[in-house]
Design a protein around this ligand. Structure first.
Ligand SMILES: Cc1ncc(C[n+]2csc(CCOP(=O)(O)OP(=O)(O)O)c2C)c(N)n1
Ligand SMILES: [Mg+2]
Length: 334
């Protein structure tokens, strides 16, 4: 799947893609442990297995571009360059977290990074991305807006409305569907008669492209083409990344709905196994360098978890600060 675009990537960049995918993988594996140990309240929806889609997409973006995420958003935020310490602190419900613990896993946001939010509403990020793309066009500085969403979200009405309008107005939007074959506990084949979400692009007169969502270089290349098209004023693209989540819908889901052997088949295409192997065999990266990256990631995450654990719980007095709540049952809160 290596092409001219990938051929221009130097070793440092390639190793950087691996490092970012590994950071996401280990961040979430550890988050799962920290949750079981009682440090993290609430749900976690890990993207373990899908890291290549997040990292490949963000590798095709510049600093002025913005992204909208989903309920499965840790990977998108880390791919965009977020600090794992502040992310753990948010998950640990500490004020040192990205949103003083008011966002949590499902609503973390950092506008400084152009990360315009995870979203607990399935498909909720898609219309926000449409608005952000309109803003990018008005600014006129070549920025794009990327919306990540799942195969399930592609059945939401907002998806169709936003693709329609963005295409009509030639807005610089990229719609990145992470098709992991399931929406909650229901197979995609049982929710939609359209197997390839990319086919839906034709209805809105925009290109629909399929990427190997487990191949970071393929995703990067296809999203880069979409970004070039958007920056040139030619409008949006729908990029469907075919991928798979190794874990359940959320931590604790036992995946009883999965056919036998399905996970095992996808594990053979695990990007955290195949990509480092390719780095060595195809791109000549020394094994020792791969091992050094593994050690660096662990150290970084040790420090991140320590930072979170040493953080402070919010004072209950600030409960209604920073949130759009003016009254409860008519009683003014401020
Ligand atoms: C509007 C809305 N409907 C239903 C839900 C419950 N829900 C949470 S995740 C999910 C499935 C989403 O599937 P998909 O878009 O494929 O994303 P994935 O979980 O596979 O990443 C559903 C139905 C919700 N959060 N919001
Ligand atoms: Mg899905």
């Amino acid at each position: 799947m290596t092409t001219a675009v990938d051929g221009r990537l130097d070793q440092e960049t390639l190793v950087g893609l691996f490092e970012r995918m590994l950071l996401i993988r280990r961040f979430e594996e550890r988050a799962s442990e920290y949750r079981l140990a009682g440090h993290i309240p609430g749900f976690l929806h890990p993207c373990i297995g899908q890291e290549a889609a997040a990292v490949g997409t963000c590798a095709a973006l510049g600093p002025d571009d913005v992204i909208l995420s989903t309920h499965r958003g840790h990977g998108h935020m880390l791919a965009r360059g977020a600090d794992p310490g502040r992310m753990y602190a948010e998950l640990y419900a500490r004020v040192e977290g990205y949103n003083r613990s008011k966002g949590g896993s499902l609503h973390m946001i950092d506008t400084d990074l152009g990360f315009l939010g995870a979203n607990g509403i399935v498909g909720g990020g898609i219309p926000i991305a449409g608005g952000a793309a309109l803003q990018q066009k008005r600014r006129g500085q070549g920025g794009v807006a990327v919306s990540f969403f799942g195969d399930g979200a592609a059945n939401q009405g907002a998806f169709h409305e936003v693709l329609n309008l963005c295409s009509l107005w030639k807005l610089p939007a990229i719609f990145v569907c992470e098709n992991n074959l399931y929406g909650e506990f229901t197979a995609q084949s049982e929710q939609s008669p359209v197997a390839d979400v990319a086919d839906r692009a034709a209805a809105y007169a925009m290109p629909g492209v399929i990427a190997d969502g487990n191949d970071v270089l393929d995703v990067r290349e296809k999203v880069a083409q979409a970004v070039a098209r958007a920056r040139a004023g030619e409008g949006p693209t729908l990029v469907e990344c075919k991928t798979y989540r190794h874990r359940g819908h959320y931590e604790g889901d036992m995946c009883a709905y999965r056919p036998e052997g399905e996970l095992e088949q996808w594990l053979e295409r695990d990007p955290l196994v195949t990509f480092p192997a390719r780095l060595v065999s195809e791109f000549g990266v020394p094994e020792e360098e791969i091992e050094a990256v593994r050690a660096q990631v662990e150290q970084r995450l040790d420090e991140a978890a320590e930072f979170a654990a040493a953080g402070t719980f919010a004072d209950p007095a600030e409960t209604f600060e920073h949130v759009y709540v003016d009254s409860i049952e008519g009683k003014a809160l401020r």
